[in-house]
Design a protein around this ligand. Structure first.
Ligand code: FAD
Length: 500
C-alpha cells in the first residue's frame, strides 16, 4: 500500500508529491489531463507578495509569499527571475506618501536580500514614462519575480518522479473509498482501469476540489470553493523596455502589463465569479473589452482587438470565506484534514498561489506526519528543481557556457532552451553540432530533439502540451507546423514508454 496518493497535477499536487517523496514516503499522483492543464497554466505568472493583499490586511499571506520569492528564484533560476514593477501614481490613488510607505513595508516584510529595493521614478525622464499617455509624472518601481507557471508544475513532477514517485497523466481518479484501513482508489486513463491502495489521500484538484469530495469520495454537497475567473490577453509588444507595469484604477481594480515571450505584452487579469464547469472556462467578450479599455487608459499607443494574438482564462479555486466581491475573497490557502491512520485520512487543499505552493506543500506534509508518522526532515527550502542547479544571478553566464559547448547552434535557440530547461538543455541537445543534427523541424526553432526530450522526460503527449505548456511556441508556429508536429507525435508517442 502506498503512503500517499495525490489527486491533481497542478502546482499544489506536484509540490506535495515532490516534498513527500523526498522525505521518504511512497507516493503516486494522478492528473486527469496534462500536467498544469488546469489553473496552474492560466496565471499572471508572478511570484509575488501581492501588494494588493496588504490593502486587504492579509499579512500572513503577504509575509509568507514575499519570503518565498528568493527561495523559489534560487531553486529554479531558469524559469523564475526578478522583475521590476512600475506603479504610476495618479490622482485616483492613495497619496504618494502612503503608497511609498506601503512599498517600504513590502520591501522589508519578507527578508529581501538579492532583489533590489523600491525606488521613485520621474516618468517625464525615465524610459518607463514613454509608452504612457502624457500626464503621468511620478511612479514607484519595486521588485517581485516572474515564473513560467506550466514549467514550474512539470519540473516539480519531474523532480518527484526522479525521487521515486509515480506520475500518472491523462488518468482520472474516478472513485476513492475508505476500506480496510486505507483508501481504494480507482483510476481510469492511459493505462486503462487500475486500482491502487494508499494510506493517505491528498485532494489537490484545484477548481474540482468540491467535485472530488462530493462525487469521487461520495460525500454530500460540500461547498468550500468560490471559483473566480481571471483572463489575460496577449498583444503584440506595446513597449520596448523589460519592466512590467502595475496599474491601479481609481475603482481599486488592478491589472498588469508584462513583457512576454520576447515579442509580446501580457495584460491581465480580470476577477469575476464563475459558476460553470472549470474545464469550459474561456475569456468573455466583456473581459476582453475590459482589458482593452484598461490598457487604453494608460498606454499612448491605442490597443484594439486586432492587436490580440492570444488569450487565456482560468479559475482561481479560492476558499469561500463569504467575501462579497470576487476581488476581496482570500487568496490564502486552507487545508482540511479528515480521518485518521486507522481508517484512511484525506487532506483537502483549498486555494493557494503558485508563489506559496512550496510552503503549502510543507503544511500538507505536517498533516501527513501527523497521520503517518515522521520520516525525513523538510528539505525543499534550498533544494533545486531539475535544470535549476546554477544559482540565482548566473543565468547569463550559463547561457554563455552553453554557447561554448554548442558553438554551431544559434544563440537565440540556446538562450530559449536555457530558459526552459536550464542545465538540462544539454540533455535536449545531446551531441548536436548544428541544427541539422536536431532532427525534424516544426517551425520557428522547434526541432525533433526537443520534442523527443519532452515526450521522454516531461509527459508531453500532444502538440498542445508542447506548444502551449512545455513551451509557448504556439505563439509563433504556423498551422502547417502544428499539423506536422501532430503527425510526428502520432508516430512517436505510441512507440515510447511513459517517463519513469
Ligand atoms: P490546478 O492547477 O487547477 O490543478 C488541479 C488539477 O487537478 C487539474 O490539472 C485537474 O485536471 C486535476 N484534477 C481534477 N480532478 C481530478 C481527478 N478526479 N483526477 C485526476 N486529476 C484531477 N498565483 C501566483 O502565485 N501568482 C500569480 O500571478 C497568479 N495569478 C493568477 C491569475 C489567475 C487568472 C488565476 C486563475 C490564478 C492565479 N494564481 C496566481 C493562482 C494560481 O494559479 C493557483 O492558485 C494555482 O495554480 C492552483 O493550483 P492547483 O494545483 O490548486 O490547481
Amino acid at each position: 500500500m502506498l503512503d500517499v496518493f495525490v489527486i491533481g497535477g497542478g502546482i499544489n499536487g506536484t509540490s506535495v508529491a515532490r516534498d513527500a517523496v523526498g522525505r521518504g514516503y511512497s507516493v503516486a499522483l494522478a492528473e486527469m489531463n496534462d500536467l498544469a492543464s488546469g489553473t496552474s497554466s492560466a496565471a499572471t505568472k508572478l511570484i509575488h507578495g501581492g501588494l494588493r493583499y496588504l490593502e486587504h490586511y492579509e499579512f500572513r499571506l503577504v509575509h509568507e509569499a514575499l519570503a518565498e520569492r528568493e527561495v523559489l528564484w534560487a531553486s529554479a533560476p531558469h524559469i523564475i527571475w526578478p522583475l521590476r514593477f512600475v506603479l504610476p501614481h495618479h490622482k485616483g490613488l492613495r497619496p504618494a506618501m502612503v503608497l511609498r510607505a506601503g512599498l517600504a513595508l513590502y520591501d522589508h516584510m519578507g527578508g529581501r536580500r538579492l532583489l533590489p529595493p523600491t525606488k521613485t521614478l520621474d516618468l517625464t525622464r525615465d524610459e518607463a514614462g514613454k509608452p504612457l499617455k502624457p500626464g503621468y509624472k511620478l511612479a514607484f518601481e519595486y521588485s517581485d519575480c516572474w515564473v513560467n507557471d506550466a514549467r514550474f508544475v512539470v519540473l516539480n513532477a519531474r523532480d518527484a518522479a526522479d525521487k521515486g514517485a509515480t506520475i500518472h497523466v491523462r488518468t482520472k481518479v474516478v472513485s476513492a473509498k475508505r476500506e480496510d484501513g486505507g483508501w481504494t482508489i480507482e483510476l481510469d486513463g492511459e493505462a486503462g482501469r487500475q486500482t491502487v491502495r494508499a494510506r493517505m489521500l491528498i485532494n489537490a484538484s484545484g477548481p474540482w476540489v468540491d467535485e472530488v469530495i462530493n462525487q469521487t469520495m461520495g460525500k454530500n454537497a460540500a461547498h468550500n470553493v468560490r471559483l473566480v475567473q481571471g483572463s489575460h490577453i496577449v498583444t503584440k509588444k506595446l513597449y520596448d523596455h523589460d519592466r512590467c507595469y502595475f496599474f491601479q484604477n481609481s475603482d481599486g481594480r488592478i491589472f498588469f502589463a508584462i513583457p512576454y515571450e520576447g515579442e509580446f505584452t501580457l495584460i491581465g487579469t480580470t476577477d469575476r465569479d464563475y459558476r460553470g464547469d472549470p474545464k469550459d472556462v474561456a475569456i468573455t467578450p466583456e473581459e476582453t473589452d475590459y482589458l482593452l479599455k484598461a490598457a487604453n487608459e494608460y498606454f499612448a499607443q491605442g490597443v484594439s482587438r486586432d492587436d490580440i494574438v492570444w488569450s487565456y482564462s482560468g479559475v482561481r479555486p479560492l476558499f469561500d470565506d463569504g467575501a462579497s466581491a470576487a476581488q476581496e475573497a482570500t487568496r490564502d490557502y486552507v487545508l482540511k484534514l479528515e480521518g485518521n491512520a486507522a481508517d484512511g485520512a484525506v487532506v483537502n487543499v483549498f486555494g493557494g498561489k503558485l508563489t506559496t505552493s512550496r510552503r503549502l506543500a510543507e503544511s500538507v506534509l505536517e498533516k501527513i506526519e501527523e497521520v503517518l508518522g515522521r520520516k525525513g526532515p523538510a528539505w525543499t527550502k534550498g533544494g533545486t528543481l531539475p535544470g535549476g542547479d546554477f544559482g540565482p544571478k548566473s543565468f547569463d553566464a550559463e547561457v554563455r557556457r552553453l554557447g561554448l559547448d554548442y558553438p554551431g547552434l544559434p544563440a537565440p535557440l540556446l538562450s530559449r532552451l536555457m530558459r526552459l530547461y536550464g542545465t538540462k538543455a544539454r540533455a535536449v541537445l545531446g551531441a548536436a553540432k548544428s541544427t541539422a543534427d536536431l532532427g525534424d523541424h516544426f517551425g520557428t526553432d522547434l526541432y525533433g530533439a526537443e520534442v523527443d526530450y519532452l515526450v521522454a522526460n516531461e509527459w508531453a503527449r500532444t502538440a498542445q502540451d508542447i506548444l502551449w505548456r512545455r513551451t509557448k511556441l504556439g505563439l509563433t508556429v504556423g498551422p502547417e507546423d502544428v499539423a506536422r508536429l501532430e503527425g510526428y507525435l502520432a508516430d512517436h508517442v505510441a512507440l515510447r514508454p511513459s517517463p519513469a
